[in-house]
Ligand binder design. Sequence first.
Ligand code: ZN
Length: 494
Amino acid sequence: MQLYKNQTIKVYNSLSGKKEEFKPINDGHIGMYVCGPTVYSNVHLGNCRTFMSFDMIFRYFKHLGYKVRYVRNITDAGHLVDDADEGEDKIAKKARLEQIEPMEVVQRYTVDFHNTLQKFNFLPPSIEPTATGHIIEQIEIIKEIIEKGLAYEVNGSVYFDVVEFNKTNNYGILSGRKLEDMIANTRELSAQSDKKNPQDFALWKKAEPEHIMRWPSPWGDGFPGWHLECTAMSTKYLGETFDIHGGGMDLKFPHHECEIAQAQASNGAAPVNYWLHANMLTLNGKKMSKSTDNNIYPNEIFSGDNKILSKAFSASAVRFFMMQAHYTSILDLSNDALLASEKGYLKLMEAISSLKTIETGSKTEFGVAAWQQKCYDAMNDDFNSPILIAHLFEAVKHINLIKDDKETITKEDKELLENTLNTFVFDILGLTGVNEDANGNSEKLEEVVNLLIQLRNDARSNKDFALSDQIRDQLLAMGIQLKDGKDGTTFSLS
Ligand SMILES: [Zn+2]
């Protein structure tokens, strides 16, 4: 039997503002959509936190035996500098500043995004669609919304009619905002604006002659509005109504509110059953911002090349730090917090590796099965990773007592403990071992170095000292130091 049948998961649904029991539309299957990055700059650490939260959620569902279709898009067109449908396209602006093709910008930062996520040991989503790959689908949705009388064309642009929509629907259902208040709090439209009401948002924007990113449409050359791509891609791959939509808290309004309105207008159904929002990451108690220099990129943390931290931190230590907070809470990154997390992470890894060689006894002084269920209960309660980690450290305490001969454990319980730790630490939290990269390369490295040690021993017994010294020196140049001892040769990484 699949594990998910006996675990009840509760999730905090932003739509209802409550924790609700999670029930997928199709038994055993989950459709999950998460708004991906706009690839016009290196991926932000705060975005990494959001995606990491959903990576953990994806991992947990998979572990329980669900068949998950996880769609995370790449925004490669349509996201304007000013979210209120004005200003330049973020990618086109970067292309202009760097004097390269917009698609070169997209390629460069998509590669950076993937590389960074791989360092953090992310699982790839099931589908990673792009906005520019779905222009036809977006145009079709616009046509449907116009047909329903909920969008209008002006001068080659098409806008969603929020006021008309709100007569039969609720624009503000997710964010809790009321249209009357929004109207009362906005300035009059400028004379040049094509919009009927300031709250209306663009589904299609006319491309001015200098705009490079443009596609033909029934309304002339232009490009899709930013909110539309997510509706097009989620509907295409997950259906008109699907289980989970995730993203950063900052996307709730207007982006997700607009997604709901578009889907409701074109399909006549609410698109998503559970809306999950991840909270923000701050740095030294303040919002991260490039303009105030209160900012750090993932690579600057891994290399230690930054003005904020005292040393470099591994991707796993940073991932452990992120997992120590609940995804709906604000998390503050600081040097002290990272140092403390690194210590905790190393302690956890040490306990897991010492468990391998621990001697077993005739009885266990700690309820391993009950402890295992507590780990599940933590994850079942809206993916509460900090509580899970507290339980993992309960196990660490017992492992250390057993190691010091102050407690015992049976062979069966040791196996259960080991399997459960491996499951939660590596499969679900997505951590990797010390000095191990996301592909588990430390083991392979060990095998390769041991092979070289053997070849060096052969060379020495053949009195080929030139070769044996060459092996030693070249390994040293790579940061691998060989140490000859009584019991043979060992190595360490510098
Ligand atoms: Zn989106």
